[in-house]
Design a protein around this ligand. Structure first.
Ligand code: UDP
Length: 224
């Protein structure tokens, strides 16, 4: 069954290059792959992170910068990434709207317009994973698509352990209990105790990964 609306979480690192904070080559490929989802008639929400520029918890600089300030800078980073993506979507003919956390779903100017969520929730100590699950709940998304560096969830790091076991399906409760790091625990707990929207976790490196994930023709893990 084709979903009506999906939320796609893009980390900041996903749109950066080896030596550049913003890679238009890499990001435009992602935008085109998101366009393939839109072309199926599916309404898309994008939440973009800021980890290519700053993650608050890593930017405290030995205590010189407070966590609150570091997180505020992190939230600003997501705005930069959102503006960058908006421009690239425009180049491939997709009109999008930048949305801040206080945006009211009732005010959607068009049901099918691509929304890019930036600025986090407006408070420190959160991540854009938490923004993703809250936006997915508020905007009644059917699925959350989380493209990552690895092709799903493993019981231990597959790059370090040859015997790492791939986990095809797991519940939010298991994800919390086993401290699965694919999303932060706050995100798992909010979504697990509300509408259990499935999260598909797969590799961003796979060609046309979002459409393949929706068709389940790609290796991936599903949390629900
Ligand atoms: N952030 C925050 N509150 C929020 C969302 C994000 O303080 O509601 C800050 C936090 O410092 C975070 C940074 O913004 O590290 C960038 O977001 P995130 O780490 O989720 O980006 P990603 O890892 O997905 O690129």
């Amino acid at each position: 069954m084709i979903p009506d609306r999906v939320l796609i979480k893009i980390s900041g690192e996903a749109i950066s290059g080896k030596d550049e904070l913003f890679s238009s080559d890499i990001a435009i490929k992602i935008c085109n792959e998101i366009k393939n989802v839109i072309d199926l008639g599916i309404s898309v929400l994008v939440v973009v992170g800021g980890g290519n520029i700053i993650r608050g918890r890593d930017f405290i600089n030995g205590g010189v910068i407070s966590r609150e300030t570091a997180d505020s800078i992190g939230m600003l980073a997501t705005i930069m990434n959102g503006l960058f993506l908006k421009e690239l979507f425009q180049k491939i003919g997709i009109d999008s709207e930048i949305v801040k956390s206080h945006h009211n779903p009732e005010n959607l100017s068009s049901k099918n317009k691509l929304l890019i969520f930036v600025g986090g929730l407006g408070y420190p100590y959160f991540s854009t994973d938490t923004v993703s699950v809250i936006a997915a709940l508020l905007y009644k998304c059917d699925i959350i698509l989380k493209a990552t560096k690895s092709n799903g969830i493993y019981d231990k790091d597959p790059l370090l352990f040859q015997d790492a076991k791939f986990i095809e399906n797991l519940t939010y409760e298991q994800a919390i209990k086993d401290n699965i790091q694919i999303m932060d625990q706050t995100a798992f707990s909010i979504i697990g105790s509300n509408k259990r929207i499935p999260i598909y976790v797969f590799s961003l490196k796979e060609e046309n990964c979002f459409v393949k994930a929706l068709n389940k023709t790609i290796k991936m893990s599903i949390v629900n």
